[in-house]
Ligand binder design. Structure first.
Ligand code: TXD
Length: 311
């Protein structure tokens, strides 16, 4: 059976991810947005790339959730960016509303689907999608750790002039400032980063990784990163749809793992057909555990702001 994948939000990340997923030949792609004409136009453009790039999935642009019926997987990138004068809390509420209405439609049209959330603030939006959908938590996950780890690997590769594919990295915790990179478990050609660089140098690479998104926003002036975020979400979609059981850092709902409960946070998971098939518990140093807990506390605090208002 051909798979059906819906991208909610045909903005920078959504459209790029739709193309990445189509180019990987993962199935038929539906691109949905509230803006009339946008997903239809982009969908047609992508369809015309198919003869050149050699993929054969159908691509449909739409404003109607009925067209997404029976999707196997949704990637939610719909959302607003922060505008001047808007506080983080304003954005939190606005995007939570969008995730809420999107999730209601997903539940209605594809009750057996898997949801990958990309919209920021990421970990909290995952929690909104979980609570509105009522899906098992293994079917609702967020994309952040793959992107953060990729940024870390990219900066290390610049430092060592080694291809990024020879570097492996693990980044846990919340997305953005709250991320918890693990230099100890970051390997350059199989050797731990901590054996290869002095602490100050590692700290500066970690700092650049934490600010990876902001660095790009400052350069672009309008809009934010999308090639790497889209590629990361497409990698998750691939792991699920092809049942790869791949180990990837993703935002997952913890239920006791790492001493945390009822909160979404970035941890290593195994992704396969049924979603998050296992949450892998790494042996962490005490300071790494406390950083993870601090990160989770911020997510819970923000989620509580939404309780009673939106949920
Ligand atoms: O690591 C990560 N998780 C992230 C997160 C990395 C990069 C981007 N990240 C977040 O993804 C970003 O902060 C935003 O919250 C989302 C989407 O980023 P993108 O750069 O794609 O934003 P755009 O280009 O503004 O696109 C958003 C689209 C736009 O076309 C809107 O019309 C649409 O979302 N939108 C909606 N679509 C469907 N339904 C509703 N309700 C809706 N509201 C807005």
């Amino acid at each position: 059976m051909r798979k059906k994948i819906t991208l909610v939000g045909a903005g920078h990340v959504g459209a790029t991810c739709a193309h990445d997923i189509a180019a990987k030949n993962l199935g038929d792609v539906v691109l949905l947005d509230v803006v009339e004409g946008l997903p239809q136009g982009l969908g047609l453009d992508m369809l015309q790339a198919a003869p050149i790039e050699g993929f054969d999935g159908q691509i449909l642009g739409t404003n109607d959730y009925a067209d997404t019926k029976n999707s196997d997987l949704y990637v939610i990138t719909a959302g607003l960016a922060r505008k001047p004068g808007m506080t983080r809390e304003d954005l939190l509420r606005k995007n939570a509303q969008i995730i809420k209405s999107t999730t209601e439609q997903i539940k209605k049209y594809s009750p057996d689907s898997i949801i990958i959330v990309v919209t920021n603030p990421l970990d909290i939006m995952c929690q909104v999608a979980l609570s509105i959908s009522g899906f098992e938590s293994r079917r609702v996950m967020g994309m952040a750790g793959i992107l953060d780890a990729a940024r870390f690997r990219a900066f290390i590769s610049l430092e060592f002039k080694v291809p990024a594919r020879e570097i492996s990295a693990m980044v846990l915790g919340g997305h953005g400032d709250a991320m918890v990179p693990l230099p100890r478990l970051t390997l350059v050609k199989g050797k731990p980063l901590t054996d290869l660089l002095p602490k100050e140098k590692i700290d500066s690479l970690v700092e650049r990784t934490k600010n990876g998104g902001a660095e790009i926003v400052n350069l672009l002036k309008t809009g934010s990163a999308y090639y790497a975020p889209a590629a990361a979400a497409a990698l998750m979609a691939e792991a699920v749809l092809l049942d790869q059981k791949k180990l990837l850092p993703c935002s997952a709902y913890l239920n006791g793992q790492y001493g945390l409960k009822e909160v979404y946070i970035g941890v290593p998971v195994k992704l396969g057909r049924s979603g998050i098939e296992e949450i892998v518990e790494l042996k962490l140093a005490p300071e790494e555990i406390s950083a993870l807990k601090r990160s989770a506390a911020v997510v819970s605090e923000n989620f509580n702001i939404l309780k009673g208002e939106i949920l």
